[in-house]
Design a protein around this ligand. Structure first.
Ligand SMILES: Cc1ncc(COP(=O)(O)O)c(C=O)c1O
Length: 395
């Protein structure tokens, strides 16, 4: 046995014995409030990021199919060699317009956008200050950057200010945060962060993957929720986000900011220079999803109403649910095995909700993560609450 095989097999065995080995489920129908899991059957979905119910929207599907017909599979090249299609330009213009920013640049995922952004805009001697609960893609992008990195305690504004103070004479200082934190479902204190950044002349970067399409009256995201602009001195300087959640649920990500920032990324961002653009069907589907969001802001209102209804229902059943306007409702259980058992029990009752434990969240903070969609009906929410009531009686 080669040493690598031995290492892989030992680690897999360790994961199995620790109960943290992941088994991928096979989904046998499109992602929607009701889908089908192979071997289980029809389930109500409360674990997807399909916040606006656009993942299987007929117009989004048609736009993707039309994009494939019009442009083919892609340019079989990176953009600086063969160029990009009209659909890429149209999507980037629409994204910039939606965020009220000067310009936008698409990537094949938000992971890619973060890794394309942070290493490109940092230089040796710069300082990056990052919330401790930031997404893994921000952490990895930070590791690839040339800036020194400091992590501050989650949403602790005094800790952020102290961390910035310690960056001293760094030529450029960056503060990076999730807009909505994916495991807590809470909202970054962007208004306060903006003020602290202004005092320290720091650039504020927000990854709003779980906030886009969810927060704010028009679903523009966490900055809208806080009454801030994007790309101005009084707002968030740079936003990254995804098309893989509220905006159609396929894939693709983007950076929004100033014209110079986007131009600079076209010149310097390594995933732009060395990796193909979004496939045309994906770009066309994402553009349609954004158009639907603009034309139907009531989807955002419906999502907010569903979130309120679910939170209130869970609370009335005695579950420990924190207040937050986001589409993520964590129910803290504590023990990892208990959280996983509860999610299995819910699945047997036809409700698909995932239990997260250590090492995804700290030891003792295992949780069930409920995620809401504008497409959930009152009856579906009531059915899931019935399952939660049964679960409560059985534990
Ligand atoms: C905050 C945040 N950033 C980035 C990502 C990755 O997005 P994508 O799937 O577009 O790479 C996620 C997805 O879980 C996320 O929650």
């Amino acid at each position: 046995m080669h040493k690598l095989d031995e290492r892989l097999s030992n680690t897999l065995n360790d994961l199995r014995s620790a109960g943290t080995y992941k088994v991928l489920r096979n989904i046998a129908a499109p992602m929607a409030p009701v889908t089908v899991i192979e071997g289980i059957g029809e389930v109500l979905v409360f674990c997807s990021n399909n916040y606006l119910g656009l993942a299987n929207h007929p117009a989004v599907l048609e736009a993707g199919i039309a994009g494939l017909r019009q442009y083919g599979a892609g340019t079989a090249s990176v953009r600086f060699i063969c160029g990009s299609f009209e659909c890429h330009r149209a999507l980037e213009q629409k994204v910039a317009e939606f965020f009220g920013a000067e310009a936008a640049l698409t990537y094949t995922s938000c992971w890619n956008a973060n890794e394309g952004l942070l290493p490109a805009i940092t230089e040796a001697g710069d300082a990056m200050v990052s919330d401790e609960l930031n997404h893994a893609s921000i952490i990895d992008a930070g590791r690839l950057s040339r800036a020194s990195r400091t992590v501050f305690a989650h949403s602790d504004m005094d800790a952020l200010a102290s961390a910035l103070l310690e960056t001293g004479a760094a030529p450029v200082k960056f503060v990076v945060t999730d807009g909505v934190f994916s495991m807590e479902g809470d909202v970054a204190e962007l208004a306060k962060m903006r003020q602290i950044c202004a005092r320290h002349d720091a650039v504020l970067i927000v990854d709003d993957s779980h906030g886009t399409g969810v927060l704010g009256e028009n679903g523009r995201g966490t900055h809208e929720y806080h009454g801030l602009d994007c790309g101005t001195a009084d707002g968030v300087d740079i936003i990254t986000s995804t098309f893989g959640k509220a905006l159609g649920g396929g894939n693709g990500g983007f950076v929004v900011g100033s014209t110079d920032l986007i131009d600079y990324l076209v010149q310097r961002s390594r995933p732009q220079l060395f990796s193909n653009a979004l496939a045309p069907p994906t770009a066309c589907a994402a553009l349609k999803a954004l158009e639907i969001l603009e034309q139907e802001p009531e989807r955002v209102q419906r999502l907010h109403a569903n979130v309120k209804q679910m939170r209130a229902g869970l609370r009335s059943l005695g579950y420990d649910v924190k207040d937050s306007p986001t589409g993520i409702i964590p129910i803290i259980i504590g023990d990892t095995a208990a959280a996983i058992q509860m999610s299995e029990r819910l699945l047997q009752m036809g409700v698909f909700i995932v239990g997260f434990g250590f090492p995804v969240v700290p030891e003792g903070h295992a949780r069930l993560r409920v995620q809401m969609s504008a497409a959930h009906t009152d009856a579906q929410i009531a059915r899931s609450l019935d399952a939660f009531a049964q679960l409560k009686r059985s534990v």
